[in-house]
Design a protein around this ligand. Structure first.
Ligand SMILES: Nc1nc2c(ncn2[C@@H]2O[C@H](COP(=O)(O)OP(=O)(O)O)[C@@H](O)[C@H]2O)c(=O)[nH]1
Ligand SMILES: [Mg+2]
Length: 258
């Protein structure tokens, strides 16, 4: 059958180009990971294997998509910052989002056994994703501050909650006990249980940042590529404070506003 007459249906496809000059944030979040973490027996409140698996997927994302300039993740979520200059898939929202989520999910499944050698993956995990555009570096920085502050609040709460539950309190009692408490009170509570919150692993307290190593002027890169070509820079994971100025002063090449 000739297709010419049928091609008009293509006109109903909606373009959805994201605005130029905007940094594009893709945030991926584990779908019903409350259940997934129970079924797969994640350690509470933090499972280092699960977090390292998420980090490894994020590294694969930066290796696969050179236009992702920075990523931040904690718990079951990861935010990927795409360069404001990217023209990947002509900036079509649905393609950037679907490629990000499907690639991340595939890598998660492929690498599962590497991080959970003794725990079978019993059903396929899924992630949802959303896209947010920010036209200014300040907004991107504030977005990242917001995610890291959220990580801190959740982690401190969860650390207290599970400490109380492990000490014999019912979950409902622990919830009630912690309601309305401030940071200082939570730290005090943990000290009473012999836990120095500040000494817990930085990956738990701060979340994880993924970015490319800075290239010093004149350094010859692997494969003889020219400095500035992002694909050949090593992607690294670190547990940095991205709320303060220091990290951004030291890595001023990551987020640059013309
Ligand atoms: N035990 C454990 N659970 C985790 C860990 N990371 C994420 N989770 C679970 O994943 C949930 C993520 O929160 P959220 O996305 O709001 O809930 P979801 O809709 O069930 O995915 C948390 O509430 C935890 O139940 C971890 O390291 N250990
Ligand atoms: Mg989730």
């Amino acid at each position: 059958m000739a297709t010419g007459k049928l091609e008009y249906v293509r006109e109903l496809e909606r373009g959805n180009r994201l605005p130029n000059f905007n940094w594009i944030v893709v945030r991926i979040d584990g779908w019903h990971f409350h259940r997934f973490s129970e079924v797969h027996q994640f350690d509470k409140p933090n499972d280092a294997r699960a977090l390292n698996l998420m980090n490894s997927c994020a590294v694969s994302m930066l290796e696969k998509f050179p236009d992702i300039i920075f990523a931040y993740g904690d718990s079951d979520e990861y935010s990927f910052i795409w360069s404001e200059k990217t023209n990947f898939c002509e900036r079509q929202e649905s393609q950037i989002l679907s490629q990000s989520v499907s690639f991340f999910t595939s890598v998660y499944v492929m690498k599962w056994g590497e991080f959970f050698p003794t725990q079978e993956l019993t059903y396929p995990p899924a992630f949802d994703g959303r896209v947010i555009c920010y036209p200014r570096v300040k907004l991107v920085r504030d977005y990242l501050k917001w995610r890291q502050a959220d990580c801190h609040v959740n982690n401190q709460f969860n650390t207290c909650f599970w400490t109380l539950v492990k000490s014999g309190k019912k979950k409902s009692e622990a919830q009630k006990y912690l309601a309305g408490t401030q940071t200082a009170e939570k730290n005090q509570l943990l000290r009473e249980f012999g836990i120095d919150y500040g000494a817990l692993p930085a990956m738990f307290r701060k979340g994880s940042c993924v970015f490319r190593d800075k290239v010093e002027e004149g350094v010859k890169l692997d494969g003889g590529r020219k400095p500035g070509e992002e694909t050949c820079r090593r992607v690294r994971v670190d547990y940095c404070d991205i709320i303060g100025k220091e990290f951004w002063d030291q890595h001023s090449e990551i987020l640059v506003e013309d």
